[in-house]
Design a protein around this ligand. Structure first.
Ligand code: ADP
Ligand code: MG
Length: 378
């Protein structure tokens, strides 16, 4: 059983002047695939290195499979890590690379080790490469070998540190699917780190978002997308990013009057499927958040609309991204059938059920969205 518990895990560098990981708490279920995502420098690699035992925490605790491993040396943890740069031994063949880890971590006989290597190589479709040296391989092949080397050990825990970042887009997509398939088949608990929110959203059973060494939010991808706890998460998850408009707010019962540099808005809270902290609306400065995909073009100016000139039309096939000339960067994702050009004036609007409202000071999301999640009748 290899559930993982991370308790107030902290890593400081340079006598405490750098806090790479700031009191992180995580619970990972046995067999779960968790993605950890955040911008460069947010502490992803440091977290993985502490899980693997390559880095000693400043404070906090790590349990793997109900064993406290905080002070256990890396080589005595049953953890396999896959790195962005493959980290293969250049002078060893593929077969020797794969066998080496097994020799270090198990007491299998040479024959047993070779058998496991061949079995895994077949599963990974790299059996023809077993006698090659790493520099004879393409990037994609190297990463398959690095994966194979991790899998052959049958570890308690897989750690992936941006393993696909060096591959081209098409290969990345197929490797993503393959890693998910393998993890699912093997049922081994996995922590997969990436700076790419799309990768994190598509791969994880659960997504954990870090910023500045701190846990921001965790949940399944849909939850996090629908209910970002703060402005950082709202802006980080989703592409193109959520649009933000600075507003002042005047609550009036169930109505919310918002005034921003590009117009005034009025929302009926009871229609917006939101609950939560709206009673606490006190400071008057907020940031209105609206995702590009929730913006639509309308014929005429309606109460909650913005009219602006188009700066750029960015075609992405089925849709166009319209960059609007308003007070802040603002992108609308619209159907590519709508014929618009830079310089045209356009009126856009959005549904009150799609808005987010963030406290301008703390960034905290005031609302919790309660959508009627459709259920499939049995
Ligand atoms: P990520 O993998 O999310 O890009 P890292 O975990 O590598 O982030 O780094 C987190 C923070 O810790 C960064 O600010 C980085 O500069 C700092 N850091 C990482 N390793 C060291 C180190 N050995 N010495 C000093 N600072 C470090
Ligand atoms: Mg990193």
């Amino acid at each position: 059983m290899s559930r993982v518990t991370v308790d107030a895990l902290r890593k400081e560098y340079d006598a405490g002047s750098v806090v790479a990981v700031n009191d992180l708490d995580l619970e990972i279920e046995d067999g779960e695939f968790v993605t950890v995502v955040g911008p460069s420098g947010c502490g992803k690699t440091t977290t993985l290195r502490m899980l693997s035992g390559l880095e000693q925490p400043t404070s906090g605790r790590i349990e793997i499979g109900d064993e406290d491993v905080t002070d256990v040396h890396a080589k005595n943890r049953d953890v396999a890590m896959v790195f962005q740069n493959y980290a293969l031994y250049p002078h060893k063949t593929v077969s020797e690379n794969m066998e080496f880890g097994l020799r270090m971590s198990t007491d299998l006989s040479k024959d047993e080790r070779e058998e496991r290597v061949v079995e895994t190589a077949e599963m990974m479709d790299i059996e023809d490469l077993l006698d090659d040296k790493p520099d004879e391989l393409s990037g994609g092949q190297k990463q398959r070998v690095a994966l194979g080397r991790a899998i052959v050990r049958e570890p308690d825990l897989f750690l992936f540190d941006e393993p696909l970042s060096n591959l081209d887009a098409k290969l990345r997509t197929s490797m993503r699917a393959e890693i998910q398939r393998l993890q699912n088949e093997l049922g081994i608990t996995a922590v997969y780190v990436t700076h790419d929110q799309h990768e994190a959203m598509t791969m994880g059973d659960r997504i954990v978002i870090l910023n500045g060494g701190k846990l921001q939010q965790q949940g399944n991808p849909t939850e996090v997308y629908e209910n970002p706890v703060n402005k950082f998460v709202g802006g980080f998850i989703g592409s193109p990013s959520m649009n933000f408009i600075d507003v002042t707010v005047e609550p009036d019962g169930d109505q919310l009057h918002l005034t921003g540099p590009d117009g005034e808005f009025e929302f009926d809270l009871s229609a917006a499927y939101v609950s939560g902290n709206e009673d606490e609306l006190e400071s008057s400065r907020y940031t209105l958040g609206i995702r590009p995909e929730n913006v639509s073009v309308t014929e005429k100016s309606t109460p909650n609309s913005i009219t602006a000139a188009i700066d750029v039309v960015e075609p992405v096939g089925s849709d166009n991204f319209l960059h609007l000339d308003v007070s802040s960067e603002f992108i609308a994702r619209v159907d590519s059938d709508i014929d618009l050009e830079p310089g045209d004036r356009v009126t856009i609007t959005f549904d009150e059920s799609d808005i987010h409202l963030f406290d301008a000071e703390t960034g905290r999301n005031v609302f919790v969205r309660e959508r009627n999640v459709p259920t499939i009748a049995s």
